[in-house]
Design a protein around this ligand. Sequence first.
Ligand SMILES: Cc1ncc(C[n+]2csc(CCOP(=O)(O)OP(=O)(O)O)c2C)c(N)n1
Ligand SMILES: [Mg+2]
Length: 279
Amino acid sequence: MRKTYGIDELKRKAVSIRRDILTMLEKAGSGHTGGSLSIVEILLSLYYGGMNISPEEFGRKGRDKFVLSKGHGCPALYAVLADLGFFPREELWTLRKLGSRLQGHPQLGLPGLEISSGSLGQGLSVAVGFALADRMDGVDARVYCLMGDGETNEGQIWEAAMTAAHYKLDKLCGIVDYNRLQIDGFCCEVMDLGEYKNKWEDFGWHAVEVDGHDLEQLKGAFDELRTVKGRPQVVIAHTVKGKGVSFIENRVEWHGVAPKKEELEKALAELDEQEKQLG
Ligand SMILES: Cc1ncc(C[n+]2csc(CCOP(=O)(O)OP(=O)(O)O)c2C)c(N)n1
Ligand SMILES: [Mg+2]
């Protein structure tokens, strides 16, 4: 039996996952801080409830599958996978080291990973392939694909979106980490995404918007979307890049840098405070 997690437990977990992310990045001396911190609740909602997946089931036909299309957010995924026991927790501290299974972008070979990723724009196409393959195999499983909002500037995303709607892939669920920032500025300035929900709907998807840090809203959305028939679904998750650390939140300069020792200490103190507030 898979363990079930309450919202309060997951809130505490979000703090400890953020602690791990920041510690890993500081030890690595490089990596993507903002875009890792923004996806914590999305990952928790899927891996600790929404998805039918566990280390024991990994590799079993019929498991739900997760594709981290925004591969640079992998410190968050690694922290979650380690916490669930996909690999030993000590390995977290080898992030980005030569020979480590935890590379700066996900590389197949690490238990829990379904694909290598990092070249943006490709993950949704892979997820479409997984969903089609499951259908052909008569397997009843869901496929989740987490994209960045800036990433959806890529044309390939929309080719995959059209394909998913054409084949009525109702086991496919996309999630967009809608944190409004990309590598070098606000999405609306770099390449405006326009009427974003409408865009997905026009491509034939069932789209919903949630607060991407609200675990109850996320759970509600993933539960509801499981019942949608004949159409792929997307969760537009409104998030804050760098969520959880005051001096990292919404700062474009925190896209691709790791905290230094004293920044880590300050950040960990903030997380300790948040944990205390949770009681
Ligand atoms: C094809 C490709 N082009 C460029 C990059 C470099 N890159 C890494 S992260 C990033 C920004 C992506 O923005 P977004 O999808 O909003 O993710 P966030 O930074 O918010 O996590 C870019 C351009 C890449 N990884 N792949
Ligand atoms: Mg973004």
